[in-house]
Design a protein around this ligand. Structure first.
Ligand code: ACO
Length: 380
């Protein structure tokens, strides 16, 4: 048993956590016992951060103080903005630019010399507050515009949309984006969260953990599928192809349908249900039902084909891209936005793990040669 090998750590329990629970058989996700649907519909992202970091939902007074502290940390040093400019100028990808800029933020942190563990939540709050500023600046510079300074009077979600566009968002856009942030904030020990925890378990500072988490999330097997879905929908649209025909062709070619299937969920992802409903609301209010029509047609077709019954059901990424698109967010910003939300979960898991820390250090089964005879360089 001790030597049993679990590829990809599949099914291996490595920690206890009070933070989030995923039941893939019934399609349920909870943060600290609260159903994701209740939180998405009833709580702001700031409330969810407080819940994850401090263990309970805040009172109104606690939320006011917490949100003000968070908003007060949004500004980033000019040097960071200059680096963001340089990265955009070099054509860097948004996730890579975010990874570099997040690492750089530690240079300006007043707690830079503090003990990791003790400083994790304080530094985590600063990182969470500053990531939207970095991302919005990157996007604006890339579009040939000047960065917009954060507005401490706006919510976390509203301020990001404001910094991105230069205009205060309407209520529907702000609520929609806030809901998307809540839906992506935590999801058990996914690859990026586990990466941040491994780094945190060495008692390295939380900037290192978050930077590592961003790197892990950037991979196409983890954070990139929402972009893939939107690219398919754009391709369908540009070619005037029937979306069902696109799916048939993809399956005939042995390709997977992005936005379907999940390692844990064997039924439709509860986050997908909420985002689908949101997309329906947005489509009805704007009168533009294109993405809704395409996604509905694909889901209906794959349901008829029995795929959903087999457990290959829509996941969170199937609808999030269409929702972001209706907010005017560029496709390659979808994964960075995922990071902007999931950073709350990374920090919560690192802080929780460090409370009863044990260095994470697994082993590999050695399959290399034994007793190799060393030959000096000049004799090889
Ligand atoms: N389209 C068609 N068939 C699929 C799909 C899909 N999207 N997903 C899984 N399958 C099939 C596989 O071909 C496989 O069939 P086979 O046994 O006949 O070869 C079977 O379902 C099982 O697939 P696995 O890859 O073993 O399942 P796993 O749990 O490893 O995959 C994953 C999960 C990677 C998410 C997969 O469903 C996938 O590639 N989906 C598309 C990409 C995607 O949407 N990713 C986002 C996930 S959510 C998130 O990360 C936020």
């Amino acid at each position: 048993m001790a030597d049993e090998l679990k590829r990809g750590l599949e099914g291996v329990l490595v920690a206890e956590s009070d933070l989030s629970y995923v039941d893939g058989e019934v399609g349920k996700l909870v943060y600290r016992g609260y159903d994701i649907e209740d939180l998405a519909r009833g709580a702001s992202y700031e409330e969810v951060l407080y819940l994850l970091w401090h263990g309970s939902l805040p009172t109104a007074a606690e939320l006011d103080a917490f949100a003000a502290d968070l908003a007060a940390e949004r500004e980033v040093d000019d040097d960071v903005i200059e680096t963001v400019r340089a990265l955009a100028g070099a054509g860097e990808r948004p996730m890579a630019a975010l990874r570099t800029a997040t690492s750089m933020l530690s240079a300006y942190d007043p707690d830079d010399e503090a003990d990791a563990g003790e400083a994790t939540l304080r530094q985590g709050r600063r990182i969470t507050a500053k990531i939207p500023t970095v991302l919005a600046a990157f996007e604006r510079v890339r579009q040939g515009e000047e960065p917009v300074a954060p507005d401490p009077d706006l919510s976390h979600a509203g301020n990001f949309l404001y910094m991105l566009t230069g205009t205060e968002p309407d209520d529907v856009s702000e609520e929609t984006f806030d809901m998307a942030l809540t839906l992506h904030a935590d999801h058990g020990l996914n690859a990026s969260t586990f990466t941040a925890m491994v780094i945190g378990s060495t008692m390295a500072d939380v900037y290192s953990g978050v930077t590592g988490g961003i790197g892990a999330l950037s991979g196409p097997l983890h954070g990139g599928a929402n972009q893939d879905v939107m690219e398919v929908l754009h391709e369908v649209d540009a070619s005037s192809k029937d979306p069902v025909q696109w799916v048939k062709d993809a399956r005939d070619d042995g390709r997977r349908v992005p936005g379907f299937g999940h390692r844990v969920y064997k039924v439709k992802d509860p986050r997908a249900n909420i985002l689908e409903e949101k997309l329906r609301d947005l489509a009805e209010s704007s009168g533009d039902t294109k993405w809704l029509d395409y996604t509905t047609a694909i889901e209906e077709y794959l349901t008829e084909q029995g795929l959903v019954e087999e457990g290959i059901a829509p996941n969170v990424d199937f609808y999030s891209g269409s929702v972001y698109d209706s907010l005017g967010i560029p496709v390659d910003m979808y994964t960075p936005i995922f990071a902007m939300s999931r950073v709350g979960g990374w920090i919560a898991h690192v802080a929780e793990y460090q409370e009863d820390n044990r260095l994470i250090r697994p082993r590999a089964r050695y399959t290399g040669p034994e007793d190799s005879e060393f030959v000096p360089l000049d004799e090889r």
